[in-house]
Structures are given as C-alpha cells and as structure tokens.
Design a protein around this ligand. Structure first.
Ligand code: AMP
Length: 204
C-alpha cells in the first residue's frame, strides 16, 4: 500500500488536479475538507465540532482529523493506497500518517500568495457533479451557471486566515517531506492543463 499526497496552499488547484491523478493511478481521492463538509451537512457530532474552525479559516484539531482518516483508510477501496488532498496539514498529522500508511510521493503545487485570493474568491462548485469552476479561469457552461454554489469559507476575509494557517502550520511540511526525499515541486501558476501534464510526468 502506497499513497500520494497533494500538497499546497488553499486554492492551488489540488481538488482540480486530483481528478487527473485519480484517472491516471486509480487511487481514490481522500479530501479531508470534503469529508468535513459532508459531516457538517449531515449534522454529525464531528461536523459540528469542526464547523467553527472551518468558518474561521482555522485548522480543525489534529485528533478529529486523524479519527476521520483512520476510519476512511479502513475502507476496502483504500487497500492499495489513496490520494490525499488537503491532508496532512500539520507536522503531527504527517507523523501519525507515517505510522499508518506509506507515502511514496508528495506533489507540492506552488502558487504565490498574491494569486491565491483571486483564485479562491472566484471559485464555484457544481453541487450536482462536484466539479470545480472559476468565474475567470475556468468558466462553467452557461446552462449550469444558475446552480453553481460558492463555499462559505471562500471569502476574502477567511482566505487571509486560511493562508495564515497554511504558512504557519502547513508549509513546514515541505521541509519534512523534502528530507525524506519524496517532495516534488510543480509550478501551479500555469494553465490547468499544463499543471496536469507536469503532474502526469511525475507519475510515469
Ligand atoms: P479544504 O477544503 O482542504 O480547503 O479544507 C477546508 C477547511 O477544512 C480548512 O480551512 C480547515 O478548517 C479544515 N481542514 C481540512 N483538512 C484539514 C486538515 N488536514 N487539518 C486540519 N483542518 C483541515
């Protein structure tokens, strides 16, 4: 069992690129953000506990995240490894992950801070397919425009705290994985297809 981690700041394009990597590797995507949003909309205890952190753009405590991950990795489709998206986000999460599964590659999608706000504030999602669009960089077809939704935490104010959490708590993980020799850096500030192609080159 060997897993891949998609790493990068909020709005780097991890979710968008996850689809291409899933197709190429067959690994299922495990997005802690998606799992937390699902828990929240179901109204589970964990979802309710996570809510205030998410809405404030802060990281949810490691214990809650690790419970989610442990449960998810017990599922049958995770047997051969998974594609982590948005996890791990702290050194303790990465240390715990190392005890439960082998990570073969960490793909770091790099985007400068000055581009992040525009990327996040213009982000929209199709609730029917889960497909992610952007008002400027990846406009949705006109027939589905009316049903698109915007994430509650995709506001300019919340992005600032999410970026702050990224720099203080998550960015140090790059050094952690670099030391293990498995960090691969990708320029995330190119066209979506060029980012995908650079990632696919790493996977062959
Ligand atoms: P994302 O969809 O990955 O941007 O995550 C949305 C929000 O969920 C984050 O701003 C955090 O509040 C929370 N979250 C997602 N994944 C994690 C994680 N691995 N550790 C802590 N908090 C997380």
């Amino acid at each position: 069992m060997s897993s891949i981690v998609l790493f990068g700041p909020p709005g780097a394009g991890k979710g968008t690129q996850a689809t291409a990597i899933m197709e190429k590797t067959g690994l299922p995507q495990v997005s802690t953000g998606d799992m937390l949003r699902a828990a929240l909309s179901k109204g589970t205890e964990l979802g309710l506990e996570a809510k205030e952190y998410m809405e404030a753009g802060k990281l949810v405590p490691d214990e809650l995240i690790l419970l989610l991950i442990e449960e998810r990795l017990k599922e049958k489709d995770a047997e051969k490894g998974v594609l982590f998206d948005g996890f791990p986000r702290t050194i303790p999460q990465a240390e715990s992950l190392a005890k439960i599964t082998q990570v073969s590659m960490v793909i770091s999608i790099e985007v400068p801070d000055e581009n992040i706000v525009e990327r996040i504030v213009g982000r929209r999602m199709d609730p029917e397919t889960g497909e992610i669009y952007h008002v400027k960089f990846k406009p949705a077809p006109s027939e589905i425009q009316d049903r698109l939704i915007q994430r509650k935490d995709d506001t300019e104010e919340t992005v600032r705290s999410r970026l702050n959490a990224y720099h203080t708590q998550t960015a140090p993980l790059a050094g952690f994985y670099e030391e293990l020799g498995i960090l691969r850096r990708i320029d995330g500030n190119q066209d979506i297809v060029d980012v995908t192609n650079s990632i696919i080159d790493l996977l062959v």
